[in-house]
Design a protein around this ligand. Structure first.
Ligand code: CDP
Ligand code: CDP
Length: 219
């Protein structure tokens, strides 16, 4: 496809699940930008770095590679580790550092420059790919998002409580929406989809229908 698709929204809105399916169906490449911020967060935890300048230095030297559904940092597969609670609780603090955002944005723009990318995150439609042909902002009620994430983590065998997940999401939403650089907002040309009462397939079809209309039903 000779275009990019940007999908933004808060945690648990269904971005990555929907973006992966859209990418598969349209033969495009899915890029999870949250994984990049999580990878830098993991690296800073593993290296015991708390000073902002040290973290920026780590990020500058880090080689992040997203290969299909796996994420590698400096050659190590960190796909599972970047989802742990410690990383989840720290990631928004790292993601608000302007220099880190500049670094990640450059990498993301480089990845998307030849088009054919479905990219999800918080600032894709507003900052990373402001010219993306299709932009979607997925959202859902807090309780629904917390419940989805809770069920997902329980399925994976992680020990969490619904209360803990809800608290994490509230904090992360707040930090992501209130940071100085590229906060989570709805791009003015994004299509907003409230997924609260919708199944994954319903959301996927809504997006595909929109794109099909845009492409003159040639898909
Ligand atoms: O999957 P989940 O919604 O839990 O989060 P994620 O997409 O893995 O993103 C983790 C965190 O990275 C977010 O809470 C943001 O703080 C940050 N992030 C960001 O600032 N900008 C992006 N484009 C993507 C993620
Ligand atoms: O990427 P994001 O944090 O926005 O959400 P996700 O990781 O795609 O979705 C979180 C969980 O909600 C996953 O387990 C999905 O299967 C589930 N989900 C759902 O139940 N209904 C939807 N309409 C979308 C996602």
């Amino acid at each position: 496809m000779n275009f990019n698709i940007a999908i933004d929204g808060p945690a648990g809105a269904g971005k990555s699940t929907v973006a992966k399916i859209i990418a598969d169906k349209m033969n495009m490449t899915y890029i999870d930008t949250g994984a990049m911020y999580r990878a830098i967060t993991l690296l800073s935890i593993q290296n015991g770095k708390t000073d902002v300048n040290d973290i920026i230095e780590l990020a500058k030297q880090a080689k992040i590679c997203i290969n299909g559904k796996r994420v590698y940092v400096n050659g190590k597969d960190v796909t599972d580790d970047i989802r742990n609670i410690e990383v989840t609780n720290h990631v928004s603090k790292i993601a608000k550092i302007p220099e880190i955002r500049i670094l990640m944005t450059k990498i993301q723009q480089q990845i998307a420059k030849n088009k054919g990318i479905v990219m999800d995150g918080r600032d894709i439609g507003t900052t990373v790919l402001p010219d993306a042909k299709y932009k979607f902002y997925l959202t859902a009620d807090l309780k629904e998002r917390a419940d989805r994430r809770y069920k997902e983590l329980i399925r994976e065998g992680r020990k969490v409580t619904l209360q803990q997940i809800e608290k994490d999401i509230i904090q992360r939403d707040y930090q992501d929406k209130h940071r100085a650089v590229s906060p989570l907002t709805v791009a003015k040309d994004a299509v907003v989809i409230d997924t609260t009462a919708k199944t994954i397939i319903e959301v996927v079809n809504e997006i595909l229908d929109y794109i099909k209309k845009g492409e003159g039903f040639v898909l």
